[in-house]
Design a protein around this ligand. Structure first.
Ligand SMILES: Nc1nc2c(c(=O)[nH]1)N[C@H]1C(S)=C(S)[C@@H](COP(=O)(O)O)O[C@H]1N2
Ligand SMILES: [Mo]
Length: 181
């Protein structure tokens, strides 16, 4: 009788241990976005995030080369813009996804472009609308000459209120840096 009990308790502890091992394996396979290690950029840095972020790779900032940025999550958005006639096709990374990736905790974003232009973007915009950090325009990567390498695109066709001037001003091209405040 005593022997049987022991066998049962041994079986039980093996079961619990296997479950723990399984749980740890599952947790390890799905790294928490805000705590997992971020590799330093291998290629040319096109976007730097600073300020209130949990995940960094170089000197307290999160620096992205082209491939790292696309790896955050490639998303497509079709909308017209202020410059061209007809619907334009954009591909890039959602602002919301990027902020989640770096574990941003602030409420305001100070966006800076290569030409020195700066504009403040409320973090709420990223929650309310699929704001895209566009990197490809009609299938082609955007060059600095052509408003690249990153252009913040608001879905103005899907949300008419985004045609207001304050949102146009947030459609910053040649984006190079975002500081989370
Ligand atoms: N890099 C960069 N992005 C920018 C700007 C700029 O000067 N530089 N101007 C902004 C403003 S104020 C507006 S209204 C829209 C549209 O620019 P436009 O009215 O000069 O054509 O782009 C925005 N994005
Ligand atoms: Mo503007």
């Amino acid at each position: 009788m005593i022997e049987a009990k022991n066998v049962q308790s041994v079986n039980c502890s093996i079961l619990i241990r296997s479950l723990l091992v399984l749980l740890l394996a599952v947790a390890g396979a799905v790294p928490d976005a805000a705590t997992a290690e971020m590799k330093p950029p291998a290629g040319k840095v096109i976007l730097t995030l600073g300020g209130k972020i949990a995940r960094t790779n170089v000197d307290g900032t999160a620096r992205f080369d082209h491939d790292m940025l696309l790896a955050v999550g490639l998303t497509r958005l079709s909308t017209s813009n202020q410059f061209e006639t007809g619907v334009q096709d954009y591909e890039g990374v959602l602002l919301k996804d990027l902020l989640a990736y770096v574990g941003a905790t602030g409420t305001r974003l100070l966006a800076t472009a290569l030409d020195g232009y700066t504009v403040e973007i409320p973090v709420d915009d990223a929650g309310k609308y699929p704001v895209l950090l566009a990197m490809n325009w009609n299938g082609k990567p955007m060059t600095v000459r052509n408003k690249g390498p990153i252009w913040v695109i608001y879905p103005i066709d899907q949300f008419p209120e985004l045609k207001e001037e304050r949102f146009s001003a947030r459609s910053i091209w040649q984006l190079s840096r975002i500081d989370v405040k």
